[in-house]
Design a protein around this ligand. Structure first.
Ligand code: KG4
Ligand code: ZN
Length: 353
């Protein structure tokens, strides 16, 4: 007997000119979050779905690239479907598909980019390759579209520590960056050494509440030395302290380490905002969830009478709403990306020269 399958559903897309594109599907798979979101225009988030792989990687004490790629393959299709449904739309309403093309883990990036290109091809809509760092820099505008520019943005995550002056959308000056470990990486490595689990940032943040931040005088690397950062020596100082003083109070060490990291981050961000005449200072990236960093940022902004903006935790970490919104902007500025463009694990932020 011949199996009578219903014909495949054919999705007909109205194909608007690029200037009319409103509904953009964004896909984010650069590291260990599988995310999809739909935005309307430059900042109206209709849905944002994030499937975190953190539990999968916790047992290894860090992100395992091959495990991440496989989990993205498994989760991406249902995550995209959920994002479209939660936006109250049908596949046929999506007018462009944007995906993070780098920087990130190459295998993980390829899953998202390949899915985005396939959907763009099937739906006959433009594909847009998005820079993950630009997406983080833009994320605050999804929650506060009226932020005034120029603004200094401190982007602190597990993979990046950047101090950037944003003059307009797409116009960025790199003020400083880490010369070795990223801020989140330092939190994770210190926590791993102290057997506190993964990811380390939230655990140290929590422990520090009951610790004494002046118990151990850890170094403030490069505090008065330009705008670049270095956290590797500080991490080693914590490890050496623990080796020499195995009975140290863990909460005191956590609080003293966190104090040193936040001191340096805030000192440089504030100095940059003053030097470059920024109207505001804001945070992005996973470490932006740190309670001391958030508190200190608002304090210095109040003292200097500039705007301090703290995005919500879900907007700080990797998400696809920021990717879709930057995709919308890039599509209107530069047009679609070619379908033969690839993923680049080292993709650089486009900078003003
Ligand atoms: O942006 P994100 O989710 O992923 C990428 O690295 O791209 O950032 C994760 C990083 C981890 O290193 C984690 O330990 C750190 O952000 N983190 C924190 C806190 N929450 C997350 N670091 C300090 N304090 C926190 N509350
Ligand atoms: Zn990120």
């Amino acid at each position: 007997m011949i199996d009578q399958k219903p014909p495949n559903k054919i999705v007909h897309h109205a194909t608007p000119g690029i200037a009319e594109v409103q509904f953009v599907l964004g896909i984010e798979t650069s590291c260990d979050e599988t995310a999809a979101a739909v935005v309307s225009g430059s900042n109206n988030v209709l849905s944002s779905v994030i499937s975190s792989q953190v539990d999968l990687h916790a047992r290894y004490g860090g992100v395992v690239p091959e495990v991440a790629s496989r989990a993205h393959v498994e989760m991406l299709t249902p995550v995209i479907a959920q994002a479209v449904v939660e936006a109250g739309l049908n596949d046929g309403d999506i007018q462009a598909v944007a995906a993070t093309a780098g920087p990130g883990l190459i295998g993980a990036l390829l899953v998202g980019v390949s899915a985005a290109k396939s959907l763009a091809l099937i739906w006959d809509v433009p594909f847009v390759a998005v820079n993950h760092l630009e997406a983080h820099l833009y994320s605050s505008f999804l929650e506060e579209p009226d932020l005034e520019l120029p603004m200094v943005i401190l982007l602190v995550s597990g993979g990046h520590t950047l101090l950037v002056l944003m003059e307009a959308f797409g116009k960025y000056r790199l003020i400083g960056q880490t010369l070795d470990d990223a801020a989140g990486e330092a939190f994770d490595k210190v926590a791993r050494f102290m057997d506190l689990g993964y990811p380390g940032g939230p655990v140290i943040d929590h422990l520090a509440i009951t610790g004494n931040p002046v118990a151990v005088a850890f170094p403030r690397p490069m505090h008065d030395d330009g705008y670049d950062f270095s956290f590797s020596g500080l991490k080693t100082a914590v490890i050496n302290h623990m080796r020499k003083n195995p009975n140290s109070d863990v909460a005191d060490v956590a609080a003293s380490f966190q104090e040193a990291v936040v001191d340096v981050l805030i000192h440089k961000a504030r100095k940059a905002a003053q030097q470059f005449g920024a109207k505001g200072l804001c945070l992005s990236g996973g470490v932006a969830a740190n309670s001391l960093l958030r508190e200190r940022l608002l304090n210095v902004c109040n003292e200097d009478s500039i705007r301090g903006f703290l995005p919500s935790r879900s907007m700080c970490t990797d998400n696809a709403a920021m990717v879709a919104a930057v995709g919308w902007h890039r599509l209107h500025l530069d047009g679609p990306s070619p379908l033969d463009s690839g993923a680049d694990p080292n993709l650089a932020l486009p900078l003003l020269t």
